[in-house]
Write a protein that binds this ligand. Structure first.
Ligand code: ADP
Length: 381
């Protein structure tokens, strides 16, 4: 019998659930603020309302058997009342509660003994000008509602610090700058019965704090892969997490892994799984929350590279010509999220190219080819 899954958030992450939903005979009911958000076109029904509108979520609940998330900028307290009345959220709200504020998330990870950068909250330090706990550079992060690098500032000198703490220091956490060798990420899913499945450990490449590329090759050492997988399993187990989670890491120059942050849902670093894995991250999320057996997360190819197609100008355009060029790259899969308005840095689409050799250099060469088409030579920001 067709099952109905409610999804809080109707951006590209919900839009990309469509294929898996059809395969699993699931209808998606979406709560999203705008009628032209990407996932509205694939939804069986849409509740047009902000993601933090719990009254709208009560309506959503009336249309579906289970609710999951593509966006965690929710009103946790109000949703908890619904959960107490019997609305089934997966992941459960208690599993995501420790993750919504970056300071509490770091503290939770630290309490579990998981490695993170050193950090402090600024509430107890009314005069940030006197702060120099880690030396400079230092990283200032908005504790809540930040994404795609909005809310993260690398501060190089004490003089720059006060202006980065506007409107109020208590909105931010301060952490040591990690001179990482690489950034890594992993997707991990956990079923209601406690089975955990991890995806391949990937490298992510950021510019100005925004993810540009995800590289899926087999050049990471067994020790690094083991550290990542152990952290993922420990975290999902302790949260009693049901669903899928993205976890981002710093790999230090001496081969140690530190957790940067977690996302209790599908994630940009897992988009490659749509084309390169036996089971995509979107199918895995639906499987986990609908009590279906988890799928095989293994690769179907030697490796892959995913390149985000980010806005580089403020215009209305569907970039059809550039997209056609990208489609012609062998073994490429282009996804266009259907956003009518381009803004600088906005995620408009992505493409994944399946690799022939699975070598890191092949991935980098392919990404450069894509970025030259997309941004034009010498215009890569
Ligand atoms: P967001 O939640 O907006 O993605 P992140 O906390 O992941 O923000 O930071 C975005 C990027 O900023 C990271 O991918 C990394 O490149 C850089 N960054 C964040 N924290 C640190 C840190 N402590 N040391 C060095 N670079 C960092």
């Amino acid at each position: 019998m067709t099952k109905r899954v409610g999804v809080i958030g109707g951006g590209q992450l919900a839009w990309m659930m469509a294929e898996a939903a059809t395969k699993l005979d699931i209808e998606l009911v979406i709560q999203t603020p705008k009628p032209d958000d990407p996932a509205v076109s694939i939804a069986a029904h849409t509740i047009v309302a902000p993601v933090n509108d719990a009254t709208a979520t009560a309506q959503l609940a009336a249309h579906c058997e289970v609710i999951t998330f593509e966006n965690e900028f929710i009103d946790l307290e109000a949703l908890t009342q619904l959960e107490n009345q019997g609305v089934p959220f997966y992941p459960r709200l208690a599993s995501i509660a420790p993750l919504l504020d970056k300071y509490y998330q770091r503290a939770y990870l630290q309490n579990l003994g998981l490695p993170t950068p050193k950090f402090i909250a600024l509430d107890d330090h009314p005069n940030p000008n006197t702060l120099d706990p880690f030396g400079f550079p230092v990283v200032v992060k908005a504790r809540r509602l930040s994404y795609d690098g909005h809310g993260t500032t690398i501060v190089n000198t004490p003089a720059e610090l006060p202006s980065s703490l506007t409107p109020h220091p208590s909105f931010f956490l301060l952490e040591e700058f990690i001179p990482f060798d690489r950034e890594l990420a992993v997707m991990a899913a956990r079923s209601r019965s406690g089975e955990v499945i991890t995806y391949p450990v990937v490298e992510t490449q950021q510019k100005n704090q925004v993810c540009h590329r995800v590289i899926v090759t087999n050049d990471l050492s067994a020790s690094v892969v083991k550290q990542v997988e152990t952290i993922a399993r420990t975290l999902l187990h302790h949260l009693d997490f049901v669903g899928i989670m993205g976890i981002e890491f710093f790999l230090t120059r001496d081969g140690n892994v530190l957790v940067n942050e977690t996302a209790p849902r599908t994630h940009n670093s897992g988009h490659y799984s749509l084309d390169a894995c036996m089971t995509s991250q979107f199918e895995q999320q639906l499987r986990a929350v609908c009590q279906l057996p988890l799928g095989d997360s293994g690769l179907t190819c030697a490796g892959a590279v995913m390149v985000n197609l980010l806005g580089f100008e403020n215009v209305e355009s569907d970039y059809l010509k550039k997209r056609q060029q990208l489609t012609q790259i062998p073994r490429s899969h282009v996804y266009w999220y259907g956003k009518s308005e381009s803004r600088i840095g906005r995620k408009l689409g992505h493409l994944t190219i399946l690799l022939e050799t699975g070598q890191r250099q092949e991935a980098i060469d392919m990404a450069e080819q894509v970025e030259t088409i997309w941004y034009g030579t010498g215009n890569r920001e």
